[in-house]
Design a binder for this molecule. Structure first.
Ligand code: ASP
Length: 417
């Protein structure tokens, strides 16, 4: 980054953080009235969502095609999935550990709980998820922002381009131009981020009755909220930085600072998918990771790697078991471990998705799904913390893969513009 760029990046970051802080203050001072500006935040989120599909498709196609040989994807895929599996497993372990340590469910009652509307009749099936990898209609997947089938289709398309020789070149050049245009659009959208995140934060506080009302709701299950925030903090500020330092030989503080625009946007939107354009931009432009690695690792990360969600799934299951006075033996805890990993992989990168896949975890050990009603009132709030951790974990993956990948995989590929 040159000096002018880093100055404007700093201004932008300052604006985004000021947006979040002012949003919280206004949510407290003006209460419900702030719900009236939610539409401004929605517009910002819509703009981000609008670029997700064309951006990830173009960037994956360009990334794969520029590798020159589709077989080089093997090591990249291996490192990506390996790192993401490791961090997800650690996150679930932390979820089990901190809930066992803090006992957030003691003294709470389950009287009168009902399963929230969003999870009723929403059976989550892992088989459906896997079947969905192969899209029957790619345009439908695009319209629904179904990222996983689009990743697979784009990998295939980019891979096939490498086998076409001269015939494939104009198509590749088209997507290169398209990709560059999408990144420019992301840059433009980012200038609206300060006002966008302000409206999102103030608007959501207003929507839930204002800052004081939200605080009261959160305090009702404060021990659980605290358990989640402490556990997620340990994952974000100890585990991920350690892995960044050990596996990517990167200064974690600098890397974190450079990711802040994306992390604050994740906090404000509660959606890793909507944040993805900013994640890609911060990883590449601020942290200097190659486009090829970022465009492959980050869309996969946003879709399958959700450390914060994985932590939350495990913590919520143990919490509700405690509220109902159900003792879970080792085998059941192991089942929760496995299903929490699967539920985090299966959760879509949108707000509340983790709550829906949580049903899978609950059913695996026969916990009453009505219990989810207890955390439903604070889910939108905790969603913001876990989404920021999800995005932080994804971006760490890009640094680790870039560092660990054998030189030959990246270096013989033709340079991109
Ligand atoms: N909102 C989260 C995300 O987009 C998913 C979740 O609900 O846990 O990453």
């Amino acid at each position: 980054m040159n000096q002018k760029n880093s100055l404007s990046e700093f201004g932008l970051l300052f604006g985004i953080i000021a947006g979040v802080v002012l949003g919280v203050i206004c949510g407290f001072v003006f209460g419900e009235q702030m719900a009236q500006i939610k539409w401004i935040g929605d517009m910002f989120m819509n703009a981000l969502k609008a670029v997700v599909v064309p951006l990830i498709m173009a960037s994956i196609i360009v990334g794969v095609a520029s590798l020159g040989d589709v077989r080089k994807l093997g090591p990249m895929g291996g490192y990506t999935l390996g790192f993401y599996a490791l961090t997800t497993a650690i996150a679930v372990g932390l979820g089990l550990f901190f809930t066992t340590l803090f006992h957030p469910g003691t003294g709470l009652s389950y009287e009168g709980l009902a399963a929230p509307e969003v999870i009723r009749d929403r059976e989550f099936s892992f088989i459906d998820l896997i079947t969905g990898f192969v899209p029957s209609n790619i345009f439908q997947s695009m319209a629904n922002t179904d990222v996983l089938p689009l990743i697979i289709a784009s990998l295939l398309f980019g891979g096939v381009l490498t086998t076409l020789g001269e015939k494939g070149k104009p198509v590749q050049a088209f997507f290169e131009g398209f990709d560059a245009a999408m990144m420019k659009i992301v840059q433009i959208i980012m200038w609206f981020a300060p006002i966008g995140v302000f409206a999102l934060v103030a608007g959501i506080l207003g929507h839930y009755g204002g800052g004081m009302a939200v605080l009261n709701t959160v305090l009702q299950i404060s021990r659980f909220v605290l358990t989640v925030i402490v556990g997620l903090s340990v994952h974000a500020f100890v585990v991920i930085p350690l892995l960044l330092y050990l596996l990517a030989k990167t200064n974690p503080m600098q890397y974190f600072y450079n990711m802040l625009p994306a992390l604050t946007t994740a906090f404000s939107t509660a959606s890793s998918a909507a944040t993805l354009p900013l994640t890609i931009r911060c990883v590449e432009e601020n942290n200097g990771i190659s486009r090829r690695t970022a465009s492959f690792v980050l869309p996969i990360g946003a879709t399958v790697n959700m450390d914060g969600t994985a932590f939350y799934e495990a913590a919520a299951a143990l919490f509700i078991a405690e509220v109902y006075g159900i003792d879970l033996h080792f085998g059941q805890q192991l089942t929760i471990f496995i299903t929490a990993v699967l539920a985090s992989v299966g959760a879509a990168a949108i707000p509340h998705a983790g709550l829906i896949t949580m049903v899978l975890v609950f059913k695996s050990v026969d916990l009453p799904v009505e219990g989810i009603g207890l955390i439903f009132t604070v889910d939108w709030f905790l969603d913001r913390f876990r989404t920021a951790v999800n995005v932080w974990g994804d971006s760490a993956g890009a640094a680790v893969v870039e560092h660990m990948l054998p030189e030959t995989v990246l270096n013989d590929a033709p340079k991109q513009p």
